[in-house]
Design a protein around this ligand. Structure first.
Ligand code: ZN
Length: 164
């Protein structure tokens, strides 16, 4: 059964940049699950899924513009270091280029450290993956029909999906 709208797809992935450097991986943990046809994942990745079925292993490269968009210039902000997530020790170890998590009114978001300091820190608020072409190595574990509840919610439930 090829993947079609309202299927729940469970897959493992390895995400790497254009240099082949691994950025994220689900291997060693739970796979991801998503509801197909509901724009829950990057659209070019979702489009690539449609030809596939359980057990397939394939690679998709997604251009930066279709992934997290281009990097915005001038997105550097100086923020109090207490706005970052982490204990004092780990915050003191931050170096330029490190990824940190900042609490914002919209919730936690990942930022790139530009210039660490004792009380304030300069961070680049671009998404760490902005401006990067991304390669996904995908291994599809399972494809099943969504439940009516999942379709009503617009997302997958269970392992790798949403828990209520
Ligand atoms: Zn739900």
């Amino acid at each position: 059964m090829a993947i079609s709208k309202d299927d729940v797809v469970t897959f493992h992935y390895r995400l790497s940049n254009a240099d082949g450097q691994e950025l994220e991986s689900s291997h060693g943990g739970d796979p991801m699950a998503y509801l197909h046809g509901h724009q829950n994942i990057i659209s070019s990745l979702e489009n690539a899924m449609t030809e596939h079925r359980a057990g397939d292993v394939f690679t998709v490269t997604v251009a930066a513009a279709e992934a997290y968009g281009p990097r915005q210039e001038g997105a550097t902000q100086r923020v109090p270091i207490k706005h970052l997530v982490g204990d004092k020790k780990s915050l003191a170890r931050l170096r330029p280029g490190d990824i940190a998590t900042m609490n914002t009114e919209q919730g936690p978001r990942q930022v790139i450290v530009v210039k660490p300091g004792k009380f304030n820190i300069d961070v680049d608020t671009n998404h760490p993956l902005a401006g990067k072409d991304l390669t996904f190595d995908i291994e599809i574990q399972e494809v099943r029909e969504a439940t009516s509840e999942e379709i009503a919610h617009g997302h997958a439930h269970g392992v790798g999906g949403h828990h209520h």
